[in-house]
Write a protein that binds this ligand. Sequence first.
Ligand code: A3P
Length: 288
Amino acid sequence: ANTMDRDELLFSYKGILYPVTVCSPEVFKAMESLEARSDDVILAGYPKSGTNWVGQILSDLVATFEKKTQDEESVNDEDLEEFPYLEVGDAGKFERMNRLPSRRVIFTHLLPDNLPRSIFKSKAKILLLIRNPKDVATSFYHFSNGMSLLPSYETWDDFFIAFMTEKMPWGSYFNYLSEWNKYAADENVMTITYEELKENRALGVKNIAAFFGISLTEEELQGVVERSSFQSMKENSLKTHGALGSILFRKGGVSDWKSLFNEDQNEKMDKAFEEHIAGTKLGMKLKY
Ligand code: A3P
């Protein structure tokens, strides 16, 4: 956790708060120069909804497909890679991304209004990942306190208030869901929930591959499924995520919110969910 004053640690861009330690207004401005492509593979998800998990699945699907369809030389070498989170990096990142070969895999926590317009113009396919807000809050609380780039919270009660009053890095999750809900019926957008993927990873991987037009054999798909288990990702985390891995792969389950929420907080969140999300397409998809 970062002990800097929370108000100083967060800056506002187009009405949404971001941590100065991770993002900057310059990077947001430069982002408009990204030339999106129709074959970009885009993963959109609010922090702590399982971005690294589904990101691993997407990167693995693309890499497995490329390995069998491209000749050695044209396979993307590591020097040509960019950190997959769109909004994290330096302002020169987008020019470099424009020179990367297809298919690019891009992760983002941004609201649709903060994304470069070319993403929507290009009809690039977007996988939208959502998770039960109670588990998102629980995961975010532990992660914030474990990670030096994010604000710290003295108590869970303190965090809960910030989560419910929209004073969060990357904005309010309820707002995130209502904004993305406007795109949920688009044909280039597929929604997947953390919970359905947890329940049946093999089916989830298959559906994701089909949506992006990545055709693999049963055996190749099975490999992607195995490599994306919580156990396997946790074991590999030092290699894939360095020290961050030990706080990122925390529990990887459903309903851990029960260990933190009190009765009153539970009611407050149910009420907010009912008011803002329950009746929407995304709200109906969320197992709540
Ligand atoms: P918990 O904190 O509830 O354990 P993000 O990648 O968006 O930051 O999300 C992190 C959450 O995804 C963490 O939730 C983490 O444990 C979970 N996660 C990561 N890899 C996973 C996997 N292979 N299977 C299930 N959950 C996973």
